[in-house]
Design a protein around this ligand. Sequence first.
Ligand code: HEC
Length: 437
Amino acid sequence: MRSLPLALALLFGLSGPVGGQELRGHGGPVRALAATADGTLLLSGSFDTSLIAWRPGEAAALRVLRGHDGGVNALALDPSGQHALSGGEDGRLILWDLEAATPRFRLELAAKVVAVAVHPSRASAAAGTGDGAIHLLDLATGERRAKLLLEGARPTALLFLPEEGELLVADHLGGLWSVEDEPARLRERRPATGFAITDLALASPRTLALSAIDGTIRLLVLPGLELRGELVGHEAPVLALSVAPGGGRLASGDLKGRIVLWSLPEGRAERVLEPHAGPVWDLAFAGPRPTLWSAGNDAVVRRWAEGEPEVSPSLAASNAPSAAEESERGARLFRSCRACHTLEADGGNRAGPTLFRLFGRPAGSVPGYPYSEALARSGIVWTEETVDRLFALGPETFTPGSKMPLQRMPDAGDRAALIAYLKRVTAPGGGAGEKGG
Ligand code: HEC
């Protein structure tokens, strides 16, 4: 591929409304995503300090993982899809057992965690922190094997090259490093360019893609890292890259909310999507048919898949309300709860318990649902007043220690509409009772 600067006029012609689904559940910007290759599990991490494990096909949240005291900045899944590593603003690194939804180990680091990576085959991982350190970890024991310092620079992205097992580190001055094992040390691979690198991805087994704040994606040949081409089409810093399983297509997302899908063999933009209001913080492609998930500053995770009809995102979710319900304010507000709560007696529990017969029920009383101690022992009975306070103050204040992610509704009119809707549809025979959740 040659160097391929691209005309923006072409891009605008390709832009259009976005099909697919939206996953609502976070109470703040979604900062990180990870998906299993088969696309059955998607993990998101948010500024609201929680992680959510999704079953994407059903737009349902399976579990909420709480363990950080600050926003979640970085996520990686292990090759089995059973564990995830998360790093936060709080300097905490957590290895999660996703089945049990509990931490296997935690490490407290001296500065915020900005990037994590898991080795594609060995039980090892790496994390980069805001104080310029790279931490090498043994995933089986949770031990830190080594700590290396970037002289004067801060790491921004990490990538294990699957064939060599080599770890690449990008920094905020545009430099690129690799980590050598035994003894562990950093070797400079490309000197700083002045443009902070924001993400790294393997575009093909021999091509490294790197995104930067100058809006350009550079393609470098491995192992020598010679420049092979540039993908130009963003008008803002590019924040995230993801390569489709099997290669061939690269997605990039930027600070102004633009996502570009690139055909790698042809070296050109195929499509532009603008599904989010504000920055796209992360992207994750997953199979089987190429499906792209994007994490937005707008607290929503959205999906794009090839060949899908272009429907409005809210109606695409399998559990979307009917058009009549949608026109009601309370029903519309309940869209941000649906991923985690059903309304029916037999609707089952998702990440949260069913809300069937909520009013008059003591907190933490749905049989079989694994409540947090904090909620189960709160002594709260759900009434119009207590539900109102839950969303006026937010769960982290009204029910501290609860697993529910930060959800707040500052507008009293919104809360009244949501409560009126919930009173109607959670009552036995109250409207939602017969429908599937
Ligand atoms: C990302 C998932 C998620 C979202 C979104 C969510 N919740 Fe929850 N909710 C939970 C979890 C998890 C719990 C259980 C908390 C615990 O055990 O500490 C819960 C508990 C509750 C409870 C207490 C139930 C009981 O049996 O005591 C109510 C009421 C509730 N949620 C209402 C809502 C409403 C209304 C919304 C939307 C505005 C909402 N939730 C959004 C996950 C969520």
